[in-house]
Design a protein around this ligand. Structure first.
Ligand SMILES: [Zn+2]
Length: 417
């Protein structure tokens, strides 16, 4: 052990990952810029595959690069990948990131159903399952089920707990990210203050990151399709409305983890509508799937939830189509302000109501393009989610991978070995 870190440090390790996950690109300090972890980043990004390329990119001495590559090889994070083409002499050895140097456990726990996966270190799903589980059954029942599911997926993919590099979990409520603890989640009785990440860390002996489901969905969408667009808004329109904010390729959580809570932004001319939060005229109380289901039912078209609303739209009921398009306009009004404020490159719309054909997106586009400034909308794209209900589980895995393979985390792991 060359590092002072003992087992206690694992707890702090998660906090350090937190800090680095919120820092901007390149803001990891001078040591991280040239350490072994920084070299791994260059190899993972496809910017370097030989020692000569690493020397050229980092400006370090050849012997220093060789030493750091040896450390990465010893950690199995990098593997030899054969020889590259050369213009003469002995072809240089090439190296590749070893995506099989461990696995990640990822879970997206929803209100009524959950998706759980084992991924490799590139975020590709190896095995996964989806099951109906009510989050309202409480943490003991749900996390007991989750642990059993993780264990059986590990066995199915021929891995053991020793292979686990990290665990990522999304929850359908507010989460204090630094401690991995739900904070007064409205639809999760028994979960307030429960140490989700502490429990899973004890079992798997690896870093555990827990976040709000909309944040991880945003990260999953970004990773899967929009990595060339550093600034992204992901809007989930289900029973309620939530928004995940990606800035410089990272989740923006805000001071209290409440960033992107657009469901409770006030919409003009709707002060007759009371929201579940107690305020009047919230976006969610007007344009959320739950609100639309209630309005359809009042009009004599029975709808219990957002999926029923979508079913009525697909059945061609004009009332349902009008309602969803108008909800799109109300959402568009709030997003037009967000576009002027944040200037995203893309807005991705997901959640149940996004399945209502083009009606929701048409309403959003109509208002965003009319109301946002010309400069902010010049190249903005407004697209439907591509990962759909897999966005959360992919995002949970990516969140963990970006933390445990960050330059700082890799340097610390090498120092501690
Ligand atoms: Zn509200």
């Amino acid at each position: 052990m060359t590092d002072v870190s003992g087992s206690e440090e694992v707890v702090d390790g998660v906090r350090r990952y937190d800090a680095s996950a919120n820092s901007t690109a390149g803001g990891n300090g001078p040591a991280a810029g040239t350490g072994a972890g920084a070299m791994l980043r260059l190899i993972r990004d496809g910017r370097a595959s030989t020692r000569a390329e690493l020397v050229a990119l980092t400006g370090l001495a050849r012997s220093t690069v060789a030493q750091r590559m040896d450390a990465l090889l010893a950690q199995r994070l990098v593997i030899p990948a054969g020889a590259s083409a050369s213009t003469g002499g002995r072809p240089p050895k090439t190296f590749a990131f070893n995506r099989n140097a461990g696995v990640v456990l990822a879970a997206d726990l929803g209100a009524t159903h959950s998706r759980v996966a084992v991924t490799d270190l590139a975020g590709d799903v190896m095995v996964e399952t989806r099951e109906d589980v009510a989050i309202a059954e409480g943490p003991d029942a749900v996390l007991g089920w989750l642990e059993a599911t993780f264990d059986s997926l590990l066995a199915e993919s021929d891995h053991s707990r020793a292979d686990v590099r990290g665990v990522g979990v999304g929850l359908p409520g507010p989460v204090e990210f630094a401690t991995g603890t739900p904070v007064a989640p409205p639809i999760m009785p028994g979960w307030d203050g429960y140490g989700v990440s502490a429990r899973l860390r004890e079992r798997y002996g690896a870093p555990v990151l827990v976040d709000n489901d909309v944040n991880i969905m945003a990260l999953g969408e970004y990773w899967a399709r929009w990595r060339d667009t550093a600034h992204l808004l992901f809007v989930k329109v289900g029973t309620g409305i939530g928004c995940g904010v990606i800035t410089d390729g990272r989740i923006h959580r805000g001071a209290q983890g409440a960033a992107g809570d657009i469901g409770h932004i006030h919409v003009p001319d709707h002060d007759d509508v009371i929201c579940r939060c107690g305020n009047l005229g919230c976006l969610e109380a007007i344009a959320g799937g739950g609100a639309m289901a209630a309005r359809l039912t009042e009009a004599g078209i029975t709808a219990d939830n957002s999926r029923d609303v979508v079913r009525h739209v697909r059945d061609g009921r004009p009332e349902a189509m009008r309602l969803v398009r108008q909800a799109g306009r109300e959402l568009g009004g709030v997003l037009a302000s967000a576009v002027n404020f944040f200037n995203p490159g893309v807005i991705v719309i997901g959640g149940d109501i996004a399945h209502a054909d083009e009606h929701l997106l048409a309403g959003v586009r109509e208002v965003v393009y009319r109301r946002s400034t010309a400069l902010a909308t010049r190249s903005i794209r407004i697209a439907r989610s591509t990962l759909d209900d897999r966005a959360g589980v992919i995002g949970a895995a990516v969140m963990v991978i970006e933390a445990v393979l960050s330059p700082d985390a890799v340097d610390q792991a090498i120092a501690a070995s």
